[in-house]
Design a protein around this ligand. Sequence first.
Ligand code: SAH
Length: 596
Amino acid sequence: MSRQRQVIGLVSATAAGAAARDRLAAAWPERTRVYEGPVGDAVRAAFAECGRLVCFLATGAVVRLVAPLLDDKRTDPGVVCVDEAGRFAVSLVGGHGGGANALAREVAAVLGAEPVVTTATDAVELPGLDTLGLPVEGDVAGVTRALLDGEPVVLRAEVAWPLPPLPVTPAAAGPSPVEEGPAGERPAGGSYTIRVTDRLIEGAQAAEGAGAGEREVVLRPPSLVVGVGASRGAPVEEVFGLVTAALREAGLSAASVAELATVDAKAEEPGIVAAAGRLGVPLVTYPAEELAGVEVPHPSDAPLAAVGTPSVAEAAALLRGGELLVPKRKSERADGRPARATCAVVRRPARGRLAVVGLGPGARDLVTPRATAELRRASVLVGLDQYVDQIRDLLRPGTRILESGLGAEEERARTAVEEARRGQAVALIGSGDAGVYAMASPALAEASDDIDVVGVPGVTAALAAGAILGAPLGHDHVSISLSDLHTPWEVIERRVRAAAEADLVVTFYNPRSRGRDWQLPKALAILAGHREPATPVGVVRNASRADESSRLTTLAALDPATVDMMTVVTVGNTATREIAGRMVTPRGYRWQETPR
Ligand code: SAH
């Protein structure tokens, strides 16, 4: 019986173990299979048949039983042990590749146990290089350890491809010890490397998986599309043999093949279907008319007659764009009879990713985990230098940093979009929320639909200040920027008036700078026309930063000269009160609903 990856085998010895086992089996009836009988036989059978195991046995017993069965950590099942009392779910082997770490956490959640995970990367909450979802070759343990130890690691991206979040070094306080080396160049002796390439590694001819040297990890991006054609009945050996020979001779890795592509009429052709299966990739098919519209270097009459397009292999490979690396080639048959298969290989363009990331008001613990993950993904970071400094230590190996000073917003937006269109994973950062008076809108105004755009919300200044002041935003509120650099003053004034008339709580952003000092007094005067002089006003400077300060005052008492560009000013509505030194705007239902 071959291994069924999705099945979790359960093995127990004692009555208590069996009880815990049954709870797990009841929680996951679809995913689990109980192995009974002598424990040794049960473990061996489960190990052979299942993707993962949970053994309700002592770790020592399980170590002795599985040790002779271990083969390769990329393919062995992950094994989790649960103790007799059901206190711990221990990830024993196959933490990453076997999925035991994740399983230990899941089992612990069901049984109310404590997950025990000892792999280094997880202990400090970093993903392992072998859990990124990309094929990986080489010295995974060595390079991961180097990252953990804060040793220099060079990222060499020979193919621009947005990568999942990479581990960063906890020891990397200050400048990142990881840098990007020029593509194609050998790193300086002794340093560790993460290489992103779809090329075979030289010197290791054809030996797939054994290519990467010591101190080097190779990540394989899914960058290659192989177009295939075959006449009816072409055997899998001929199709598969042609594809692998074409890749090998072009110096390309089969691990980077994303899909096989062909014409609809060949969707069920056994040799093609089986070749895709052997490569472990999906088979994508297109209508002949679509393929006929693709311009190819080697059209021919044979497929035109057979399936209605002058090219199958080249056209199917090129249909979604990209660079033709291997033009059409035919299979060779020992007996010299006509070829029954054709193929062509294309490097498809990477679909870039633009993440617009809000970093929050300043404090590290107000940067969201999602923002952190996006920063670790970024191959290119675009932002104001002051914000870049704030998060430099959160970046992953080799991120290119494009800092700039104040102003130049449109240029920053354009740069970010251009980099994404080149296939990079770009993080465009801003303080607070990147969509609030910040980079999101200029960037998305430039962005085309050939890139993915991801927004990560951040804690905007009005919210950070509100939390410091109390509960000033408890009822309807607006934010108004007093900067008339982008907006004519008449427009700003009209909005302030409307807010005053509508009795909205107002937070002023960009309230006052050296060259702009009359706008805030003017705006406050408009609000004072509709609110009592004693209306509470909160002034918060550098919310959540080291030199945070705040004060509560009133419309009549606020001295605008004490306000600067690091500040937001929140003016209460007619119901806002100061209660125990805090600014509180009642939600107002009762006030509205009580008949007068
Ligand atoms: N995108 C930012 C706002 C950019 S506009 C956000 O969502 O917060 C810049 C203005 O925001 C500053 O002039 C100031 O008024 C306000 N601001 C930003 N961060 C602040 C902080 N930590 N404390 C107080 N005000 C802040």
